[in-house]
Design a binder for this molecule. Structure first.
Ligand code: PEP
Ligand code: MG
Length: 589
């Protein structure tokens, strides 16, 4: 009997293949039994190697974080926990007597210890459980690192199944190895989803427990258009999805053939279509998919995909230069580091209760100017190789923009006096992705050269719905009147001020949102490179005056459902069949 699951459709397309289970969740790991004495010895060695590796990592971090919040003290606590003889003995005992893999033994031991800690009366001791969890996660990640190696060396392509993924785990993987991705956690705008779209790989996220029930090697079908996943499909299901896959691929080829056509509405209004990229090499694809320039380069991925490597100025400079040169003279919007939230690095302590409301993005950059200036210097040096623009994430206060402007001026002077070549200081823009920035947009417009709306975060912060949590994903809806009204306000104010305004959140690729955004009057839509042909096809089928009427009407409606059905009625006769199919079926789920 097949098992059908439903999650969030994160990256379109259909894939069929064997499951490859990558366990990366904090400390929960699937049970793996071992049998021979040889295997026991091997697992013990793996455990001790992972401990040593973790020790080295902690030493490196200790050197780096001496100036950060709790700094060295925290790392020292971690080191003590890591070397705790009773915990080490307990893990060894489990490997020997229960005959289980090293990662499972570590995970079970941690569970037991955590349970004891969480029941403790003393709040200090209770709070130590977070440290134990952190250390355990590190050891397990080091043990599982070997799985990633196995994945990289895979001869036949697989469907990656995981509790959660972070960018470093998929770095370097290609379509040759990866047919699709399914995860327990994450929503449509989580960073796993973004990554899957940038790789052009079908993905379904937010399945809650798929990593628990899948058996490695089991046949998996992913329907990334509607968010379905089927384990062990029966022959009819296999037949149905094979046909759907073929149909989807041929429609995609057809649409891709139109890449060279102009991005204009049917009545001739131009809409700039650009790419969201995470890796510099992606720039090579943008023109092939019919895009003009980059509307969002998520530069934090430069570091995220290479954990353990120090992201120095040269690394950033080379990445920016490549993108700018390849796309010159088209504009390239380079967003400054947007770490925190759901994108963590070891040097960003993840000890807040609400990381999305905490130390994130521009806030980290301004608090840690050394690292930020490294990035700005790389940007100024690379600017002479193309048409660069700088964009700041998570702006809530006008002073944040002014502060960066001052930093850029100072850095430019310093480069000049050291005789280092640089380009002109690029235009400096902001992301509008908080209600603060949207509602007070008139206070920000005088200090910004351009605006790009990040609808993923704008939705998250407006509706108070964590964009990565499967438990509240039903409430995450960019068509909510509160979001739509802010979009209208921001776009109108930008137009009145003569400020260029784009949209770079997921909404820019949503079939039902595109008429509204065009109707409100955006200059640009920036979407995953692989989505550009679809979006262009939709733009070309719309009449901008009708879109304007719809957009005005949407402001009077009381719910997301009403807004969607208003737009659906209009696009029904216009969009290509494959896109309509997508909208209608996902509405049914
Ligand atoms: C957004 O928030 O809409 C956005 C484009 O930025 P990110 O998804 O990288 O947070
Ligand atoms: Mg954002």
């Amino acid at each position: 009997m097949s098992i059908r699951l439903n999650g969030a459709p994160a990256s379109p397309g259909v894939a069929i293949g064997p499951a490859f289970l990558l366990d990366v969740e904090e400390i929960r790991v699937a049970k793996k039994e071992i049998h021979s004495e040889e295997e026991v010895e091997r697992e013990l060695k793996r455990f001790h190697d992972a401990l040593n590796k973790t020790r080295r990592e902690l030493e490196t971090i200790a050197r780096r974080v001496s100036d950060v919040i709790e700094g060295r003290q925290l790392i020292e606590v971690h080191m003590l926990l890591l070397n705790d003889p009773s915990m080490i003995a307990e893990v060894e005992r489990r490997i020997r007597t229960e005959k289980v893999s090293a990662e499972y033994a570590v995970s079970r031991t941690l569970y037991d210890v955590l349970e004891r800690f969480e029941d403790m009366e003393d709040p200090y001791l209770r709070s130590r459980s977070a440290d134990i969890r952190d250390v355990g996660r590190r050891v397990i990640a080091n043990l599982l690192g070997t799985e990633r190696e196995a994945l990289l060396n895979m001869k036949t392509p697989v469907i990656l199944v995981s509790n959660d993924l972070d960018p470093s785990q998929t770095a370097g993987l290609s379509r040759k190895q990866l047919l699709g991705i399914v995860t327990d956690l994450g929503g449509v705008t989580s960073h796993t989803a973004i990554l899957a779209r940038s790789l052009g790989i079908p993905a379904v996220v937010g399945l809650k427990n798929v990593a628990e029930i899948v058996v490695p090697g089991q046949t998996v079908i992913i329907d990334g258009i509607h968010g379905n996943v089927i384990l062990d499909p029966d022959p009819e299901e296999l037949d149905y999805y094979t046909k759907l896959m073929e149909r989807y691929q041929s429609a995609e080829r057809e649409i891709a053939r139109n890449a060279d056509k102009e991005a204009v509405t049917s009545d001739g209004r131009p809409v700039e279509l650009s790419a969201n990229i995470e890796f510099s090499q992606e720039a090579d694809q943008v023109r092939k998919f019919g895009g003009r320039g980059v509307g969002l380069f998520r530069t934090e991925f430069i570091k995220l995909i290479a954990p353990g490597m120090h992201d120095d100025e040269e690394m950033h400079f080379r990445a920016y230069r490549h993108v700018l040169e390849v796309l010159d003279p088209d504009p390239v919007i380079i967003r400054t580091l947007d770490l925190g939230g759901d994108k963590f690095l070891e040097e960003v302590p993840t000890r807040e209760r609400n990381p999305f409301l905490g130390w994130r993005a521009i806030r980290i950059c301004l608090d840690r100017p050394q690292n930020f200036m490294m990035q700005l210097r790389a940007l100024l040096r690379a600017a002479r190789f193309g048409n660069a623009r700088i964009m700041l994430p998570l702006i809530t206060h006008r002073e944040q923009v002014l502060q960066v402007e001052r930093m850029l001026n100072t850095l430019a002077e310093e480069l000049d006096s050291s005789g280092i070549e640089r380009g002109e200081i690029p235009p400096l823009g902001i992301m509008v992705e908080t209600p603060a920035a949207a509602l007070a947009i008139d206070t920000l417009l005088p200090v910004t050269d351009f605006v790009s709306i990040g609808t993923n975060d704008l939705t998250q912060y407006t509706l108070a719905v964590d964009r990565g949590s499967p438990y509240v994903s039903k409430l995450f809806d960019s068509f909510h009147p509160a979001v739509v009204r802010q979009l209208e306000l921001v776009i109108r104010k930008c137009r009145e001020a003569g400020t260029w305004v784009g949209v770079c959140g997921q909404m820019a690729a949503e079939p039902l949102a595109i008429p509204l955004l065009i109707g409100f009057g955006v200059d640009e839509l920036s979407v995953a490179t692989t989505m550009i042909p679809d979006v262009k096809e939709m733009v070309r089928s719309l009449d901008s005056r009708r879109a304007e009427e719809l957009a005005v009407k949407s402001l009077e409606l009381a719910s997301a459902e009403e807004i969607r059905s208003l737009v659906l009625k209009y696009v029904e006769k216009r969009y290509p069949e494959i896109i309509l199919d997508e909208i209608i079926r996902s509405g049914e789920e």
